[in-house]
Structures are given as C-alpha cells and as structure tokens.
Design a protein around this ligand. Structure first.
Ligand SMILES: Cc1ncc(C[n+]2csc(CCOP(=O)(O)OP(=O)(O)O)c2C)c(N)n1
Length: 412
C-alpha cells in the first residue's frame, strides 16, 4: 500500500563518516548565461538554480560573467580577504586567552563580504549579519574600532551595549547588527523603500545565513521588496550549516534558496560564494538592476563555514572531520591568489610579504585597542551609559533605576 510519509533531511556526513558533498549541484565555470540587467524575472528562472562561476580549476577567468576587473582591484580584494582572515585568527586566539568573551569567524566565507562590498557604492547602506566582518574591513573601518567593540571598552562605538562581533559604523553606512537573526532583512527593505521615496540613488544590501531564511522576517522582507520593487539586494549566505543544523532543515534540499526569489517575483541568482570574480559580477549585476528601476535581487552565495559557528560551538560533535578540506568550491583566498599568479600579477613571495604586513597591522591595532581598556584592566566605561541613547524621554522606572545606581556608586 502506498502511503504518505514525512521526509527527514539528513546531513550527508556525521562525525566518524567521510566528508560527502555529492548532494551539491554545480555548473561548470563559465557555463551560465548572463542575462541583460533589465531581464524579466519570468525569463531568467534558471539563474536561481544554476551556479554562476567565473574562475575555473586552473585559476583562469572564463565565461560571460567575467567582470574584467583590473589587477589592482583584484589585489585590493585579496588584501581585504587576507586581512579579514588574519583578524579573525587573532581575535579567536584572544577569545581563547580570555581577553574577549565571544567571537564569530568567517573562515572560508571571506569572498562573500569583500567582493560584494567592492561591487557596491560607498553610500549604499549595508545591513550585515554577525559573519560579515569583511564588509567592515572592505569599507575601511579601522581595526581598532572593531577591536574596541569586541573589548566593550571606553572606545567601543557601541558603548558596551552589544555582544562582541555586533559591529556598526554610521560613517561607514553599516547598520548595527541584531542578535535576533533575520531582522536585518525587513530593515534593509524598509531603508531601500525610503531611499526610493526620497529619490536617492543609493540601494540597500543585507545578508543572512540559510538557516535564518527559515524565519518569518525573511518572507516579510521578500514580499515587501517584490510588491514595491525596492532597490535592495538580499543575500542568503548558504554555508551549509546553521550551528549544528544542516541546510536541508531550512529547505535547501528543495530547489535552492535563490529559487525562493522568483516565487515572489524577485530575480534569484545562485553563485559560487568562494569565487571572488563571480560574487563581484553577480552583485554588480544586481546593483545595476536595482539602480535602474529593476527592483530587488535575491542572491544565494554557496559557500562553506570552515570553522565553528562561534567560539561557543564545537563542530566535531556534528560534522565529519576535515570536511572543509573536501569542500568542492575550494578556498576563496587561494583561488584569487592562483588567478593573480596566472595573470603574472602576484607571487608566493608577495603573498608572504603581504601576510607579514597584515599580521603586524593586526598586532599593532590590538596594542592600541587594549590601551582603551580590557575586561580586566585599564579604563572602564561609565555605567550611566547603559541608560542613554534608547529613549528620547526616559521612562520613570528607568530614571528611578539610574538614581538608585548612582546612589549606590556614591556610597561606595
Ligand atoms: C530569532 C533567533 N533565533 C535563534 C537564534 C540563535 N541563533 C543564533 S545564530 C543561529 C544559526 C544561524 O545560522 P545561519 O542563519 O545559517 O547563519 P550562519 O551562522 O551559518 O552564518 C541561531 C539559531 C537567534 N540569534 N535569533
């Protein structure tokens, strides 16, 4: 007898098993057509399930999506990605040494933030997730600012009121990060709608993980973006895992995350998230589309979270050992480096020298940041600050609490 039964997604490889990425659907580099920027959503459906790739296995740029960036720009991209990785490594070690309380690395996902940021304009408003530190770095936010935020010290731009890694920068047009995943999507759409109403040329871009796309906020955002054709780029970073939950549980086994776009009437593009050139090209396409009245684009960036979810996570409990090394789309830094070397615009020696220079930059920035206070030493933030910047008129109960705190402090 035939009867219905529920499908339970299963991660392809558990601890003790060999890594297995056979579920991943790939297109060859250069194989996916590049439609006109103004193409109708109904005419470009396959873009949401194919995989846009530019860099081939040899490290050459091929096909219609090649953005033809000049060598200097590629070198800047490499530098931003390498700086992001070195910053991450150092902050992870600082967390392990008890100097900061929490950290989130973006290991293996650096091309997402860096290439996308470089394809946008400096005044476009970015609504990041906690794994987009590459946006801050590509926008030129000083490392000291990021470090002071991680330390919650006297120079913390968030004045100690945010979890470490929830950076913001008003000057850099980087919206503050919310710990409640997916809230940034409707915020970005609202901002983009406001920009369009005001007749501005700026667009909004936002990022969330594929796990967070299971939140209602994701769907509200897509509906509003589609109805009002908001100038917004919505990015789903599919790094295969939401902490210990495999992407199948967010619906990744059914078509693709990008394919949710066309269902709402939004262009959907699935791209190799570890291919700097492809990510740049797709983002540029979506930006031009938004700026010329073509409305929103949903981009799925296929990548792999090579490290733990955060410093509070141990992936050896739920993933196959050494799985990142078997990820079929490789490492974004290695791939761009190989491409530059093939162009005759880079070398192992230059790479080594750049790594050393960036190591020193991170170390010097840390020395400066700790002078503004650490968890245990140096100057401390004024506790009064916790009452500020939230309410225009402070409610009576908070006024009372602040008075009690001040009385307690002065009696010490
Ligand atoms: C609304 C909400 N639910 C749950 C959490 C706890 N949480 C934090 S990160 C996370 C996983 C998110 O995974 P994904 O969206 O795939 O992004 P990734 O961390 O892989 O970049 C969860 C469940 C939260 N912060 N907010």
């Amino acid at each position: 007898m035939v009867r219905s039964r529920l499908h339970l997604p299963r991660s392809p490889a558990r601890p003790g098993e060999a890594p297995d990425f056979s579920y991943l659907e790939l297109s060859p580099a250069g194989a996916v057509a590049r439609p006109q920027v103004g193409a109708r959503v109904r005419d470009i459906g396959p873009l949401a399930v194919e995989l846009v790739r530019v860099l081939d296995d040899a490290g050459d740029a091929v096909g219609p999506w090649n953005p033809h960036l000049d060598a200097a720009e590629l070198q800047i991209g490499l530098r931003h990605m390498l700086l992001t990785r070195i910053f991450d490594e150092r902050m992870q070690r600082n967390q392990r040494a008890g100097k900061i309380t929490f950290y989130v690395r973006s290991l293996g996902e650096e091309a997402v933030s860096v290439a996308q940021c470089m394809a946008l304009s400096p005044r476009d408003m970015l609504f990041p997730s906690y794994r987009n530190q590459g946006l801050q770095i590509a926008r030129g936010i000083p490392l000291v600012n990021l470090m002071c935020q991680l330390l919650s010290n006297t120079r913390d731009p968030c004045k100690g009121r945010q979890l470490p890694a929830m950076y913001h920068s008003a000057a850099g047009h980087l919206f503050s990060i919310s710990g409640n995943v997916a809230t940034q999507f409707p915020q970005a759409v609202g901002w983009a709608m406001a920009a369009a109403i005001k007749g501005e040329d700026h667009l909004a871009a936002s990022w969330l993980g594929e796990g967070s796309s299971a939140e209602a906020d994701f769907h509200y955002a897509l509906l509003f973006a589609a109805v009002y054709q908001a100038p917004v780029i919505l990015n789903v970073v599919n790094n295969q895992w939401a902490i210990s939950t495999f992407q199948g549980y967010a619906g990744g086994e059914q078509r693709s995350f990008a394919a949710r776009g066309p269902g709402y009437g939004i262009a959907g593009v699935r791209v190799d998230g570890n291919d700097f050139l492809a990510v740049h090209a797709v983002t540029q396409w979506a930006a031009e589309r938004a700026r010329t009245g073509g409305g929103p684009t949903l981009i799925e960036l296929v990548t792999y979270r090579a490290a733990a979810h955060s410093t509070s996570d141990d992936p050896s409990r739920y993933r196959a050992k050494d799985d990142a090394e078997h990820w079929p789309l490789g490492d974004p830094i290695e791939r761009l480096k190989r491409h530059l070397i093939r162009l005759g615009e880079w070398s192992e020696e230059r790479h080594h020298a750049l790594s050393a220079e960036l190591d020193e930059l991170v170390a010097a920035s840390w020395r400066e940041a700790v002078a503004y206070g650490t968890l245990n030493d140096g100057p401390k933030l004024d506790t009064d600050l916790m009452f500020e910047d939230v309410f225009k008129e402070m409610p009576a109960n908070l006024q009372l609490q602040r008075a009690m705190m001040r009385a307690e402090k002065s009696s010490r």
